[in-house]
Design a protein around this ligand. Structure first.
Ligand code: FE2
Ligand code: FE2
Length: 201
């Protein structure tokens, strides 16, 4: 995936400061621990969507598959930690996700709330994918290069699936308009967050 394709496929408005990867590489234990929790949160979020919208059959089916996939990612990150003699450290607050989740509008039509939730999840997938790409391209550890490449591909697929799913439940034009707004919001959040050496986001 070239820089241009990161922008066109994922539509991210602001690319990560490339210096992030240099500092991240020096803190790989922290990055792996934070990454493990990102996978756990992705699985948890898919479960909460199932519980909240049991009547949406397609959503329930797709989220069920997603839980399994995100959980397998969690297991893989745990294995990478173990290989290096590290354990799963403590969970740390994810300011990026907290800020983004504030834009899931409360009230109004149930489907509108679902659309916001799906699009916020799509953006988290897109940003994670962009970060995995940076790690894949720049990190020295060959094992981890392969690992991040595979995750980059997987999370790009999740981004596409979340946007498609939103269009299943809300009119396409409305989803596109909301995605455009959220892309701007996401870029602002990234702009205002200090790039952290110990976080995926
Ligand atoms: Fe994942
Ligand atoms: Fe994902």
């Amino acid at each position: 995936m070239s820089t241009q394709s990161t922008k066109t496929i994922l539509r991210l408005q602001l690319l990560t400061d490339p210096r992030w990867v240099n500092i991240a590489e020096k803190n790989i234990e922290d990055i792996l621990v934070d990454h493990a929790y990102c996978e756990q949160k992705a699985a948890t979020s898919a479960i909460s969507l199932i519980v909240k919208y049991p009547d949406k059959t397609r959503l329930v089916e797709e989220m069920t598959d997603l839980v399994a996939e995100e959980w397998s990612h969690f297991e893989r990150v745990l294995a990478e930690l173990k290989k290096r003699g590290w354990g799963l450290g403590r969970n740390r607050p994810d300011e990026y996700v907290v800020e983004l989740a504030k834009h899931i509008r409360k009230g109004g039509k149930r489907e509108r709330q679902l659309m916001d939730h799906l699009l916020v999840n799509a953006l988290i997938e897109a940003r994670s994918c962009e970060r995995f790409k940076l790690l894949w391209k720049n990190i020295q550890d060959e094992d981890l290069q392969k690992f991040y490449y595979e995750l980059m591909v997987s999370e790009a697929g999740h981004y596409v699936s979340f946007v498609k799913l939103a269009k299943e439940y809300m009119p396409v034009e409305e989803v596109d308009a909301r995605l455009k707004e959220l892309l701007e919001i996401e870029a602002d959040i990234i702009r205002n967050l200090e790039p952290r050496p110990d976080r995926m986001h």
